[in-house]
Design a protein around this ligand. Structure first.
Ligand SMILES: *Cc1c(COP(=O)(O)O)cnc(C)c1O
Length: 373
């Protein structure tokens, strides 16, 4: 019997474990020196742009929308194929989510559909870089500029991704990352926001901690409604261990993804009707390796058969607009046919740094075997 291969597994080394132990022994376990150091290193990584950390990618997105002044009466355009958090944060600030269908090849939001969805009430676009593959960033910012829209990038999956040689996060408007356990860089839970100026940083700090501003030894003022979204030093210590290793982590993911393409072979799509991901080794950080099954294959059955072969698969993601919360707001089947079709058929195969080439070969053999049944 082979050992169970999960679809992902966090990369945690002994130094990270030691760094967490050190924080726990230090007497300062919540936001402190490690958080400050992590924010400085992230800022350096993103070309010197200001960065603040939070305790999830979700609250990072919500705070980004608040910083952009998005609220009731505003429309925000996003993709139906993402983690539900992407649309939930739009509802959380009282704004109205507007979906635009996806491109069947990249599985990212279709920028032509974005342009078509703009109304006089549109205030922002939230693009998502599914599995770390960015959208056409030149076109995205061209549309935003032409229509005077904010862009809140949901780059949750895209740390280490680039666009034309520039790191995602090193340019653009408000760029949000997640450090949740499955992401390429993790702090167990966490996130960070890359911003454009000092006013935005001030707002981020307020929204992150009850709206509080401190001054002198005993001064305290509260002028906006903030929440409790600060990252702990325990998490920051893990992030500080991971950030210097990120390039190596990304390189390892590239190697494994290339191995998938080689192992599937050039005829695989033609023979099986399965769609492989875009073979982008320039921009993507290969956060996931996602295939789209043909309509004739039942995904649940496919996953069960893979599980029977000790291989875990994931579904990222069912279309957001078909969840009850969104149906209640008027969304229904047929509105975004590409997203609905891809959402029914997409499967994430195992991909994480500590996999070996033989694991990839085993997954590919299992996929072939299951499809042949
Ligand atoms: C992980 C993820 C989020 C949410 O991040 P959390 O840290 O889990 O709150 C949002 N959007 C996308 C696309 C994600 O992958």
């Amino acid at each position: 019997m082979s050992e169970f291969l999960p679809f992902t597994k966090p990369y945690i080394d002994e130094d990270a474990i030691a760094a967490v132990g050190e924080v726990l022994r230090s007497g300062w376990i919540t936001s402190g020196p490690r958080v400050q150091e992590f924010e400085q290193q992230l800022s350096a990584y993103f070309g010197g742009r200001p960065v603040r950390t939070f305790n999830s990618g979700t609250c990072t997105m919500e705070i980004a929308l608040r910083i952009a002044g998005i609220g009731p009466g505003d429309e925000v355009i996003t993709t139906p194929i993402s983690w539900v958090a992407t649309a939930n944060v739009i509802l959380a600030v009282g704004a109205t989510p507007v979906f635009a269908d996806i491109d069947p090849i990249t599985r990212n939001i279709d920028l032509d559909q974005v342009a078509a969805a703009i109304t006089p009430r549109t205030r922002a676009i939230i693009p998502v870089y599914l599995s770390g593959l960015p959208v056409n960033m030149d076109r995205l910012y061209d549309i935003a500029k032409r229509h005077n829209l904010r862009v809140v990038e949901d780059a949750a999956q895209a740390i280490g991704s680039t666009w034309r040689g520039k790191r995602i996060g090193s340019f653009g408007d408000l760029v949000s990352f997640s450090f949740q356990a499955n992401k390429n860089l993790t702090t167990a839970e966490g996130g960070c926001l890359v911003m454009g100026n000092a006013d935005e940083v001030l707002l981020a700090e307020k929204y992150r901690l009850q709206g509080v501003t401190r001054s002198g030894f005993d001064g305290m003022e509260v002028d906006v409604l903030g929440g409790k979204f600060n990252m702990t030093d325990i998490s920051a210590a893990i992030g500080l261990n991971q950030l210097p290793q990120l390039d190596a982590i990304t390189a390892r993911r590239h190697t494994l993804a290339r191995h998938y393409f080689t192992a599937f072979g050039a005829d695989f799509e033609f023979q099986t009707g399965v769609q492989l991901p875009v073979a982008d080794f320039e921009n993507s950080n290969w956060h996931m390796f996602q295939i789209v099954l043909p309509e004739t294959v039942m995904r649940a059955e496919f996953m069960a058969q893979m599980k029977a072969r000790d291989i875990g698969c994931g579904v990222h993601y069912p279309p957001i607009h078909l969840f009850q919360l969104y149906r209640e707001r008027g969304f229904h089947e047929g509105m975004f046919p590409v997203a609905e079709s891809v959402g029914r058929r997409i499967v994430s195969l195992p991909l994480f740094p500590r996999m070996v080439e033989a694991d990839v070969a085993r997954v590919v053999a299992a996929v072939r075997e299951v499809l042949a049944r």
